[in-house]
Structure formats: C-alpha cells, structure tokens
Ligand binder design. Sequence first.
Ligand code: C5P
Length: 291
Amino acid sequence: MDISVKAPAKINLTLDVLHKRPDGYHDLEMVMTTVDLADRIDLTETSGGIRLESTSGFVPFDDRNLAYRAAALIKERFGIQKGVHILIHKHVPVAAGLAGGSSDAAATLRGLNTMWDLGLSPEELGDLGLALGSDVPFCVRGGTAIARGRGEKLTPLSPPPPCWVVLAKPPHGVSTAEVFQALDMRKIAERPNLEGMLKAIDQGDFPSVCSHLSNVLEGVTMPAYPKVRFLKERMVSFGADGVLMSGSGPTVFGLVKKESVVRRVVNGLRGFCRQVYAVRMLGGLEGSPLE
Ligand code: C5P
C-alpha cells in the first residue's frame, strides 16, 4: 500500500522557557499552531530496508534525517521486516523554527502506523516520537495546543481566529541547541502572558491574539542575527497586525487579517528576503493529515 501524508509547519504564538532541567533540556510553556505550509511525504512499501529521497538538496538522505529515524524506530520497535521508500516533497524551510524536520518525522510515524496496521493512538505515536525531537508529539496531532515539558505535554485548544500568516525565512539556519545554550535565564526581561493568549484564542479576539504574541528566545536569536529584527520591524511597518519570531528562529511570521495588507507586507519584504510565504492559519481547521 502506498500512502501520502501531509507534514504542516508550526508557528509559536507564545514561547516561554521556565527553567533548565537536570537532563539538559528546558521546561517550556508554549502555544503552538499549524499553518498551511506543508511538506508532502510519499511512503511506498518495499521488501526491506529504508530508502529516503527528497526534492530538496538541503535535507540529509540517511539517518540524520528525522523521517528516516522515525521509520527505523517503528521497524525496530515493532519488529517489521518490510521496508519503506520515503519521498519528501520539501516545501517547509529547513532549520527555520517551523518544525519542518519534526513534522516530517511525525507524518512518517502516522503514515507507517496506517501502512503497517499498528493501531497506535496519537498519544502512543507522540510518546515514540519524543525520542526523535521535542516538537514531534505536537506535530503528530497538529492543530493548536499548549505544549509544556520538553514540548510533549499537550493541551488541545480551539483554533485561533482565521487570518493570513506571512513567513519570512532569512538565508541562514539556526541551531536550536545553540540558542538554548546561549540562553541566560536571568536575562529574560519579558515573559508571555499565557492566560491573556488563551483568553484571546477562546474569544476569537484577533487583535488580542496579535498583542499577546511573545517569544523569550527572540532575546537570544535577534542579537546574534540582526536580520531577524530587521524583518520583524519591516513587517510591522508595512502593516502586519502582529509579528513574532517562531521557535528558536530565524523565521519571522506576521499575522494579517486583510488580504490587501498581505500583498503590502510581501511587497515590503521584496529584495530583503528570498524565502517569503503567504499562507493561511490552520490551527485545527485542516482535514485528515492522511490523504
Ligand atoms: O528535542 P530537540 O532535538 O528538538 O532539541 C534540540 C535541542 O534544543 C536539544 O538538544 C536541547 O539542547 C534544546 N532543547 C531544550 N529544551 C527543550 C527542547 C530543546 O533545551 N524543551
């Protein structure tokens, strides 16, 4: 059986780092939501082994790729003798703060769960996926959620008010590990108001969602990569309703209600950023991830 699976990008509407844990990870508190920018993963059963191809030269084809590791994990854990050919149609920028690699892994887990009739629940797939990356459990489910712990303790939320999302990815990638390493907990000046964001989402209050956008990792990534601040200021000045860096960066996203303003913001980025996308917020409005 061949299966095609969608792997949407996520953005962080809030991101707070609570403390560093003894295991080296940080306990986080964030609101994440999916947007309509997705990779597509085609899975084809083979007689043995794992082979991975991608339309992008920017992703590794071996076990450094999270989708490859997801397939290896499933095969090993459930003693599957069959193999799989994984073809990743790459659309989500890499090392961007959009969970592109984690979403590919999550989609591979979901797809193989169906292909090999494993009957695992989203919780069980998320538990498995946490070994691959902190964002994988959220990506298994998608939609909108509060994510706590490393990112695996999920509380589903209703979708945020519908809007456009303009994404601008600077040319460089950012290593999440390096951003967390450079984070000085004593220097966090302003933290997200989680309750305020939850109320804004619950009431479908778009201006309030925009005014509650907040990410403490901006304080680490922006000084290191001035382009991130530049893109943020540019999106604000061209009329985006709310602007924030996603995850550990460097992608900056702007939430925009009116289509005419989307055009203005995209035009305002022309010549300053090559990777610009204008997509819809999904946040739970998406259909089945298996198509
Ligand atoms: O889990 P993942 O591989 O995506 O994390 C990449 C790196 O980011 C980790 O090695 C760790 O340094 C840092 N991280 C963290 N706390 C988290 C998530 C990631 O310190 N909750």
